[in-house]
Design a protein around this ligand. Structure first.
Ligand SMILES: Cc1cc2nc3c(=O)[nH]c(=O)nc-3n(C[C@H](O)[C@H](O)[C@H](O)COP(=O)(O)OP(=O)(O)OC[C@H]3O[C@@H](n4cnc5c(N)ncnc54)[C@H](O)[C@@H]3O)c2cc1C
Length: 282
């Protein structure tokens, strides 16, 4: 059992991880080992104290070096489900269950809109985890939404199990080579009532499939933790970064505007101190 689970390796997650580590807490830290995509894409950052004018890749390199200095390591995995238990949380990440006394959601803001019907059919044919659920569809026909090229190995994995894969990528030049993969137009909706029966495309075509895998770099907070209080895309927190669920905290872009590095780092710091207080009280 870890003292804390942190979801997100952006500035908010890093800030919390540093502070928890400095207080000798055991931390499991999930997200991309490369850090935040958003930071990486920033051409020039001019409003981050102490850094003058710095590029996103340069700042990410500083972040990685700081984490390494403290011996912080990343579980390069997507968390797809968090289950509150009596006095701790269980987190599902790529088929493995982790347990932690506190959780910090530092997931960034989920910009990708979900498909119509996606939330209703989650767990009933809609999946966010190829390695967890792919085997359920061995020899069957499935659809996959692959949001970025770095998830293409998961598409190949699914193509190795399914008989046929209909693939939609919002970017050009996908390098998927499996012969049973057919590219399709943008997906508009997931179809089905009890379970997924198909997908509807923006060009009006309907395709029969028994599952839709959504491979994105983030999961909507309420898909992760359905009992979380949100306002639109943002998690509701108080000034201690506490959510409505005892032991669960949130920091950074996921709690609301402005979407800024300094706010993310500050909230990560406050969240870590609130988590320390919560752990001490327990
Ligand atoms: C092009 C661009 C330029 C910008 N320029 C500036 C600037 O000049 N100044 C400034 O202050 N801000 C700038 N920003 C905003 C800044 O990058 C964000 O405010 C900041 O990165 C937010 O940090 P965060 O830690 O909250 O979230 P993010 O940086 O978004 O990190 C969240 C991380 O969590 C991961 N994650 C999400 N869900 C899961 C899950 N279920 N399991 C595992 N991992 C998960 C994501 O993949 C992501 O890596 C810019 C943003 C962009 C896109």
């Amino acid at each position: 059992m870890f003292d804390a689970a942190i979801i997100g390796t952006g500035p908010a997650g890093l800030s919390a991880a540093i502070n928890l580590k400095l207080h000798d807490k055991s931390v499991v830290w999930f997200g991309s080992a490369q850090g935040s995509d958003k930071v990486e894409k920033s051409e020039k950052i001019a409003n981050y104290p102490g850094m003058g004018l710095i590029s996103g890749p340069e700042l990410n390199a500083h972040y990685a070096a700081h984490a390494q200095t403290l011996g912080l390591t990343v579980e390069d995995k997507m968390v797809t489900n968090i289950m509150p238990a009596e006095d701790h949380f269980m987190l599902l990440a790529e088929n493995e269950v982790y347990q932690a006394r506190t959780v910090l959601l530092a997931t960034g803001v989920v910009s990708a809109r979900s498909f119509s019907g996606e939330a209703e059919l989650l767990g009933r044919g809609v999946s966010y985890c190829a390695t967890c659920d792919g085997f359920l569809h061995r020899g069957k026909t499935i659809a996959v939404f692959c949001a970025a090229a770095r998830y293409e190995h998961e598409v190949e994995y699914l193509a190795g199990l399914a008989a046929k894969v209909y693939l939609y990528t919002p970017y050009k030049d996908s390098a998927v080579t499996a012969p049973n993969v057919e590219k399709i137009a943008p997906i508009r909706a997931v179809l089905g009532t009890e379970r997924v029966t198909g997908v509807e495309l923006f060009d009006g075509t309907q395709i029969e499939v028994e599952a839709l895998f959504c491979l994105r770099n983030a999961v909507a907070p309420t898909s992760l933790l359905p009992s979380l209080t949100v306002e639109g895309a943002h998690i509701v927190v108080d000034r201690q970064q506490r959510t409505n669920l005892p032991g669960c905290f949130a920091a950074g872009d996921c709690t609301g505007r402005p979407y800024q590095l300094a706010k993310a780092v500050g909230e990560g710091n406050v969240a870590a101190h609130s988590m320390l207080e919560y752990l001490a009280e327990k």
